[in-house]
Design a protein around this ligand. Sequence first.
Ligand code: ADP
Ligand code: MG
Length: 174
Amino acid sequence: MSDLTSYSHLKQMLRQVTILKELSRIDEYNYIARLLDFYWAQAASDSYYALIVMEFVEGRTLKNFIEDANNKTLELSSEMVNKIIFNLLSAVNFIHQANVLHRDIKPDNIIINDNLEITLVDFGLARTSPDPEAIKELAKETPISKKDKKAMGNMLNDQREERKSRRRDLSPHI
Ligand SMILES: Nc1ncnc2c1ncn2[C@@H]1O[C@H](COP(=O)(O)OP(=O)(O)O)[C@@H](O)[C@H]1O
Ligand SMILES: [Mg+2]
């Protein structure tokens, strides 16, 4: 993405880059598209060139996927839906654990691959939470039965092993 932009927009991009840099460092399971590089330069008094280089994620948007399911080009089973929702919640949980709020989660900003794995993109509106404890408390309050927790735990382990074995071999430069 290349852009001629204002100071306030540049500041917003810097916030995005800081968040992506930290998430890229700790993301073991490819829940986000990794940040590779960031460049900026002043062009005029309130005009800046800015360039964010991201890892390219294979797949397509969830929006496109849902459109195909709606017009029956793609057959969607309930197992597939379960897996997609589970993977999406795992990705959101990952960024929340890192105290990041995406604030623009929608099918357009979600990439899904052939294994139904989810990657979140577009952290343009993301913020860190002013109160990290609030997110943790909310998670604790969610009423989940022991049986469901165990089933979710097993599913999480399986998915993590699967994802880890396919981990994209890329290390962020910054
Ligand atoms: N890292 C990526 N790898 C592959 N495709 C991407 C990646 N980031 C974004 N895209 C695609 O580009 C589209 C636009 O990018 P996005 O970051 O959402 O910008 P915006 O919504 O501000 O135009 C996304 O909906 C997605 O289809
Ligand atoms: Mg977007």
